[in-house]
Design a binder for this molecule. Structure first.
Ligand code: IPM
Ligand code: MG
Length: 359
């Protein structure tokens, strides 16, 4: 993606909930594998609100415009506090605004299956063993997420509206990335939509069929989203690369993350048309388990690995992190979300200690 520099500098936006504690572990790993990479911390989400009364303050905007990549934690507060000023619209004002600000239209979420976690998975063994990795390409700047929203009254009834919209260019951008990726992998691409009902999905399908003409080596198939949710559970090994719209991608990536064991293991990368990248765990801020040293740091560490590979051209450092994690799991260490009676459950810090030991 972007050109590797001798002295790369990244922005670290830890955010809320478990964000700061897993980010702290990612920075320990960064020091070990790529000490030449420097970073600056920026405030985002509820953490930024405390200081600036804004979820995405100007200081953070300035910072991210000057760096080679962004490593992001998570944002958002407890569900019972969503109406307090600190948390009201926090996600929309911070992470969604940030994606929009950086024009990050392509989101990539790998659900990787580790052979040592077969017993953690909700899948039966034979289904699990047939799986390797499912890569989800999620369009990130269109759909019902960014269309007009409003509430109004009709005949004394409150009505709420969220408009879902896509233009051809938006769909083509994500399609090209998904086809490129599929061409380099198994050659199988599943585009997921709801074309039996939605106009946006019909356009989505048309554009994918159009782009497919330039990729004769890729076998494109279309699947309706409700069927895809079922197929992910019944026979996940049929999928390699999935491409889908913003809302469907949000939902399907959480579902897919549970198959290898836990959402706490799923990283993600988001890119704009210049290849600039932001890297974040696919899961949320999990305030219920924050500050207890129990959160799984894997998603954050693997997001760091994706950053090193795609934004800084440091493939060896990225692979080192991924292999170290695999080793730690194979050695029988777990975090609470993937704990097994026959294994040793470690906290966030102690699990990362084991990763560092392998590096
Ligand atoms: C994700 C998250 C976000 C999203 C939230 C925090 C707005 O669920 O990255 O999947 O819906 O995109
Ligand atoms: Mg989500």
């Amino acid at each position: 993606m972007s050109e590797a520099k001798n002295k790369p500098h990244i922005a670290v936006l830890a955010g809320d909930g478990i964000g700061p504690e897993v980010m702290q572990q990612a920075l320990r790993v960064l020091h070990k594998v790529a000490p030449e990479v420097t970073y600056s911390h920026g405030l985002i989400g509820g953490a930024a609100y405390v200081k600036y009364q804004q979820h995405f303050p100007t200081a953070t905007k300035k910072l991210i415009n000057q760096v080679d990549a962004v490593l992001f934690g998570s944002v958002g507060g407890p569900i019972e506090a969503t109406d307090s000023p600190q948390w009201l619209n926090c996600e929309v004002n911070s992470i969604l605004a940030l994606r929009n600000h950086l024009n990050l239209s392509v989101n990539v979420r790998p659900a990787k299956f580790y052979s040592s976690l077969a017993n953690i998975s909700p899948l039966k063994n034979h289904l699990f063993n047939a799986c390797d990795e499912i890569l989800i390409y999620r369009e990130l700047l269109g759909d019902i997420y960014f269309g007009d929203k409003r509430s109004f009254k009709v005949d004394g009834q409150v009505v709420a509206e969220d408009v879902a919209s896509y233009n051809e260019a938006q769909i083509k951008t994500i399609a090209l990335q998904a086809f490129e990726s599929a061409a380099q992998r198994s050659g199988k691409l599943t585009s997921v939509d709801k074309a039996n009902v939605l106009e946006t999905s019909r356009l989505w399908r048309q554009v994918f069929n159009q782009v497919a003409k330039d990729y004769p080596q890729v076998e494109l198939s279309h699947m309706l989203v409700d069927n895809c949710a079922m197929q992910l559970i019944l026979n996940p090994a049929q999928f390699d690369v999935i491409a889908t719209a913003n809302l469907f991608g949000d939902i399907l990536s959480d579902a897919a993350s549970a198959l290898p064991g836990s959402l706490g293991m799923m990283p993600s990368a988001s890119f704009n048309d210049k290849g600039f990248g932001l890297y974040e765990p696919s899961g949320g801020s999990a305030p219920d388990i924050a500050n207890q040293d129990v959160a799984n740091p894997m998603a954050q560490l693997l997001s760091l690995a994706m950053l090193l590979r795609h934004s800084l051209n440091k493939d060896a450092a990225a692979s080192a992190i991924e292999q170290a994690i695999e080793q730690v799991l194979a050695s029988g260490f777990r975090t609470l979300d993937i704990s097994e009676s026959t294994c040793q459950t470690l906290g966030t810090t102690a699990f990362t200690d084991q990763v560092l030991k392998q590096l």
